[in-house]
Design a protein around this ligand. Structure first.
Ligand code: CO
Length: 163
């Protein structure tokens, strides 16, 4: 399993909902977590390793010494987006690219964890940003799609290098 970089086509395919949360899925989750830590990311979605499942993992600090803070979201559904926030964002599928992205300040997320336990939370600020970024991955949407005009112009060359 390895992280694919833009413009790998897997990044644009909508992922399928997980129907059974079993040991196979938990194995995928464990590998996603390992890769996220290895690459010092704050989140990683299954399409970023070319797996078409609605799964992502995140850690608010990306710190493998604090594994009690890691989170797993399976089949996430977002709703109740409120407010806006703008901050620099990066993505493990675009190494070295950081640009300002505007997102909802808070969002409600409903999902399941790797043990099949239901999650229903309202997140704000950075956790909200990460969950929106990773959920986008599950629908083939990428953070470059959300760049404003300034970010688009500033990153045109970087994106051309990826392509
Ligand atoms: Co990403």
């Amino acid at each position: 399993m390895k992280i694919v970089h833009y413009p790998h086509p897997a990044l644009r395919f909508p992922a399928r909902p997980v129907t059974v949360i079993d040991n196979e899925i938990r194995k995928v989750v464990a590998q996603l977590l390992d890769l996220m830590y290895e690459n010092r990311g704050l989140g990683l979605a299954a399409p970023q390793v070319a797996l078409p499942y609605q799964i992502f993992v995140w850690h608010p600090e990306g710190d493998p010494e604090k594994r009690d803070l890691e989170r797993v979201f399976i089949n996430p559904v977002l709703s109740e987006r409120k407010g806006t926030q703008e901050a620099d964002e990066g993505c493990l599928s675009f190494p070295g690219l950081y640009q300002k992205v505007r997102r909802a300040k808070s969002v409600r997320v409903q999902a399941y964890d790797q043990h099949g336990k239901a999650i229903d939370e309202t997140l704000t600020d950075l956790p909200s940003r990460i969950v929106q970024h990773e959920t986008d991955h599950l629908h083939g949407r990428l953070f470059i799609d959300l760049f404003g005009t300034v970010a688009q112009v500033a990153s045109r060359k970087d994106i051309a290098v990826f392509e």
